[in-house]
Write a protein that binds this ligand. Structure first.
Ligand code: CMC
Length: 393
């Protein structure tokens, strides 16, 4: 079987070549298709970034018009899919609903499941991009017992999502433009991050020629984990706990350093960024601006800043190069927009969707594509004789 290299957590293993996202963890650089994240966050709309990631170039005016039109056409869910929601318990986590309903798309669109047919792939991509916000908003409406709000296609991608989340049929709804820009920015900075856990999952599942819906559903499940996308929810729960504990920031910094406690500062540290996370810098600034503009005094923001200062001045965190990551301040913005905490990771999934799709597509189109099948180093028992049931014990 030859020589097997062991690399726990794939710290040094390149799983693929890729033309999508460039990341330099030492220098804190992140670029999508060559464009610095700061420039995209400043100038783009999330739908343009989707296009850039998936098709490789920023769209021309004609291309983006067509793309937006096609996405609008697919925003509605099949009416029969609404009954999925009846089967879930009211307190179901929306990430569980999201991955199940996305997987369910493959039962409704059996005409577009062939990963080798470019026309089928294209229509599944548009369907997914269009329907994920609808699926997500319905999961929230289900949890609060409100009627589902249909997508409204004269609204932008972000406006539409916010109206499906917060509108009720009995009242006129106005989408706050500051919320729309904040959401747009958050989705852009989450849109891709090369071979992270969920993206690698999408590639791994897709490498077996599983269809796009099945592959993305697996990615959503991976993202749910608190060490990955689930961290944004965990950050706010942690900050709330600190507030309730007399804002005793030092106590939690101490706890995070104590290896026997198993407690980690959520929203701190990153496998690749060892200097700063450029996404966190962008988000912190946006958070500052939004809270000032809305004149919101959220103790969560204050405790987050105090925790950041305490950790950044602590030997333990300095030595290990642990800095706030993308998830540290995103939750504060989501709260200001009115997004409930259990929806935070769902928002991450909506942001990461174009990245997952771009990677799935790149892999499918690669001439060197093979099924992903890592090896192992076996450490179990050597050969032994079978023992019958009555002789065991
Ligand atoms: N709090 C306290 N100690 C930490 C933390 C933390 N948040 N993160 C890492 N460490 C320590 C860890 O205990 C280890 O110490 P030692 O060398 O003494 O054993 C050292 O730092 C290296 O950590 P690691 O676990 O080997 O690093 P990793 O690259 O395997 O894990 C991570 C990266 C992001 C999973 C980890 O830093 C972590 O658990 N952070 C908290 C969860 C979080 O915020 N996740 C979001 C990541 S960014 C968005 C995303 O990917 O979705």
């Amino acid at each position: 079987t030859g020589f097997i290299t062991l690399d726990d957590g794939y710290v040094n293993t390149g799983s693929t070549t890729s033309k999508i996202t460039y990341l330099d963890g030492e220098a804190g650089i992140l670029r999508y298709r060559g464009y610095p994240i700061e420039q995209l966050a400043e100038n783009c709309d999330f739908v343009e970034v989707m296009y850039l990631l998936i098709y490789g170039e920023l769209p021309t005016e004609a291309q983006i018009m067509d793309f937006r039109k096609s996405i609008r056409r697919h925003t509605m869910l099949h009416e029969d899919m609404r009954s999925f929601y009846d089967g879930f318990p009211r307190d179901a986590h929306p990430m569980a609903i999201l991955s199940s309903v996305v997987s369910g798309l493959s039962t409704f669109y059996q005409d577009s499941l062939d990963p080798h047919d470019p026309r089928q792939v294209e229509v599944s991509i548009h369907r997914l991009l269009a329907k994920l916000p609808t699926i997500a908003a319905y999961s929230f409406k289900k949890s609060v017992g409100q009627p589902f709000i249909y997508p409204q296609n004269d609204l932008s991608y972000c406006e539409n999502f916010l109206q499906m989340m917060f509108a009720v049929p009995s009242e006129p709804f106005h989408v706050d433009p500051d919320f729309v820009s904040a959401l747009n920015l958050l989705l852009i900075v989450h849109a891709d991050h090369e071979q992270n856990c969920s993206t690698s999952t999408v590639r791994m599942v897709g490498s077996a020629d599983a269809n796009l819906f099945a592959s993305i559903s697996a990615g959503i499940s991976a993202l749910w984990g608190p060490l990955h996308g689930g961290a944004n929810e965990a950050v706010v729960s942690m900050l709330e706990k600190i507030i309730a504990d007399d804002m005793n920031v030092e106590k939690y910094v101490k706890l995070a350093k104590d290896k026997t406690s198993k407690f980690r500062l959520m929203g701190f540290g990153h496998r690749v960024y060892k200097n700063f996370d450029p996404r966190a810098t962008i988000i912190k600034k946006a958070c500052d601006t939004l809270l000032a503009k809305l004149a919101i005094k959220d103790p969560i923001f204050e405790v987050a800043q105090r925790l950041e200062t305490a950790a950044l001045n602590d030997e333990y965190f300095i030595e290990r190069k642990l800095y706030p990551n993308v998830d540290f301040y995103s939750g504060v913005i989501y709260r200001a927009i009115g997004i409930p905490v259990q929806m935070f990771t769902v928002l991450f999934a909506i942001g990461r969707l174009p990245g997952w799709i771009a990677h799935w597509k790149e892999m499918q189109g690669s001439p060197s594509k093979r099924i992903c099948r890592p090896r192992q180093v076996y450490t179990g028992p050597t050969e032994r004789e079978f023992v019958s049931l009555e002789k065991r014990g």
